[in-house]
Every structure is written in structure tokens, then in C-alpha cells.
Design a protein around this ligand. Sequence first.
Ligand SMILES: O=C(O)[C@@H](O)C(=O)COP(=O)(O)O
Ligand SMILES: [Zn+2]
Length: 215
Amino acid sequence: MKESELRELICTLAKSMFDRGLTSGSSGNISARTEDGGLLVSPTGTSFGRLDPGRLSRFDNKGNLINGDKPTKEISLHSAFYDTRSTAGAVVHLHSCHSVALSMMPDANEDDFLPPLTPYGIMKLGKVKLLPYFRPGDPAMGEAVRGLAGKRSAIMLANHGPVVAAKDVEAACFAIEELEDTARLAMLMQSFNPRMLSNDQVKDLITTFDVEWDV
Ligand SMILES: O=C(O)[C@@H](O)C(=O)COP(=O)(O)O
Ligand SMILES: [Zn+2]
């Protein structure tokens, strides 16, 4: 994809998520690989509702900022995904409400954050890791992601928000939206003892759709 098209797509997808309340104010950040191995990154303090394609932070393939505004303070978090997952072409972070709510539950599962409620949750995300709370911008977040050795495409930062890497920016947005939808279902259903997918049904999905599943 030409860089000008990628710039437009990042801003269009970010605005779509903002307009649907998936992140609000100036929360969230998004990045995508360019054809020359560089990165386009949302600038710090900007709103997903009003990203300007011409002002995205542009890094070259050696990680130098070459133009655009000052990047998100979570750049080390994004870099950790690119450095540990060779397939990563985009990374998205949101402050999506239901995911954050689920991360605050006393019985939240750290190794497998999302309950197996729907097939799409499994297919789009694999197993989601819940990481502890970090101060926003703390490079330790990136270190925690590096500690996962590229085995997870999706993580949840406790009391903060989800972060998802995927092959391109559209796939990353699809996946993080699925994470929020699954967390929403989990919160809606939590007092009803919902019937979940069985282990066999989950295994069937993993096999049929070639889902990465860190065991
Ligand atoms: O929660 C935070 O402060 C950041 O993770 C965030 O979502 C927005 O920070 P910037 O991308 O630096 O604006
Ligand atoms: Zn954040």
C-alpha cells in the first residue's frame, strides 16, 4: 500500500473506533509499518477522532523519527511487538471500557484473560495475556511484552486498556474490536453463569483456523 493511502487508512480506522466510543478523548495510540520498513505512529496527546494524516510521526527503518509530530509516549510498547513478532504490521491500543472493567475483576485470569464465549474471540485473538498495571508511558510495559517472546498478539494492561498487534492496520482494528466485544459479553453475562464454549470446541477452532495458541 502506498504511504499516502496508509496514512489515510490509519486516520479513517481510528476515527471509526472513536465515533463508536471504543476510545475517547485523547486516549489510545496506533502504529503501522510502511513499505520501506519504517513506521507511522499516532502523535502523543492526539484524539483518534481527529488524527491528521500529514502529521503522523514517521520513523525510518532504523527507528529514527524523521518527520511529523512527537510520537505517542507508548512507542516502546509498540516497538516491543514489532521486535518480537516478525508478522506484526500494525499495533493498536485503546481505552475500551468493558475490557478495562474486566481487567479489574478480582478473579481475572492472567494467562487467559478472555473467557471462551464466542468463536470469533478465539479466532481473532488467540489467548490474551493480562499484564499487571504500569504507569502509562513506562518502558517496563515494553519489557513485559518482550518477556512474552512474541507468543501473544493481544495483551490487556490491567486498569488501562488492550493492545493488539496484527499483520496490518485493518486486521489489528478488527481484532481489538473483537477483544472489546468479548469483554463486554463477559461483563454482561458474569452474574448469569453463562454456558461457555467447551475445551473441545476451542480446540476445534484453534485447529481449523490455525489460531496461534500459546500453551
Ligand atoms: O494511557 C495513556 O496515557 C496512553 O497509553 C494513551 O493511551 C495515550 O497516550 P499518547 O498516545 O501518548 O497520547
Ligand atoms: Zn493508554
